[in-house]
Design a protein around this ligand. Structure first.
Ligand code: SF4
Length: 173
């Protein structure tokens, strides 16, 4: 395919893709309680074409809603790897950024992006629906400009992520 046609085709595709995002919300922590009001009539994320979904293979966004313990990490990675490209990760709440109030827990990981690529974080404990809606709109901009490229980084830096995963999970596969 001609390079210019391919570029135009990709731009149209990105623009359409950002208007139909299905989320797999992995409710790891207490912040997940803010998702129902974001989904339902008051904040109505459906108006942006964003809807919750139940299986990784049909989802575009993985939302990790809070702290992640070591047992949960294994399941999150498995879910992420089952999702099809392009796929995006949102780290939700301070716990996903630096461990939050669990920063000194032996069983909670401190930085989600050491184990999988995170396209954006929502800071706060717990982030309110306004912040979640704002982050969805920001993610749409990142997709539109080709900057939501975590799924590519995961492949390019697979050894880095694998090494970190093995450090906490051992040789789990
Ligand atoms: S950031 Fe706060 S609300 Fe979110 S999981 Fe951590 S303690 Fe819970």
């Amino acid at each position: 395919m001609d390079k210019e046609i391919e570029q135009g085709y990709n731009e149209i595709l990105e623009s359409l893709r950002k208007r139909s995002l299905w989320i797999l919300h992995y409710c790891t922590g207490c912040g997940a309680i803010e998702l129902p009001p974001t989904m339902t009539s008051r904040y109505d994320m459906g108006r942006f074409g964003i809807v919750p979904f139940v299986t990784p293979r049909q989802s575009d966004i993985l939302i990790v809603t809070g702290y992640v313990n070591i047992k949960t990490l294994r399941r999150i990675i498995t879910s992420y790897e089952q999702m099809l490209d392009p796929k995006y990760v949102i780290g939700f709440g301070s716990c996903s950024i630096n461990g939050g109030i669990y920063w000194d827990s032996h069983s909670v990981i401190k930085k989600l992006d050491s184990y999988m690529p995170v396209d954006l974080y929502i800071a706060g404990c717990m982030p309110r629906p306004e912040a979640i809606i704002h982050s969805f709109k920001h993610l749409m901009e990142l997709i539109d400009t080709g900057k939501a490229d975590g799924y590519r980084r995961y492949k390019e830096n697979y050894d880095f992520y694998r090494k970190n995963q093995r450090k906490v999970l051992g040789k789990w596969r």
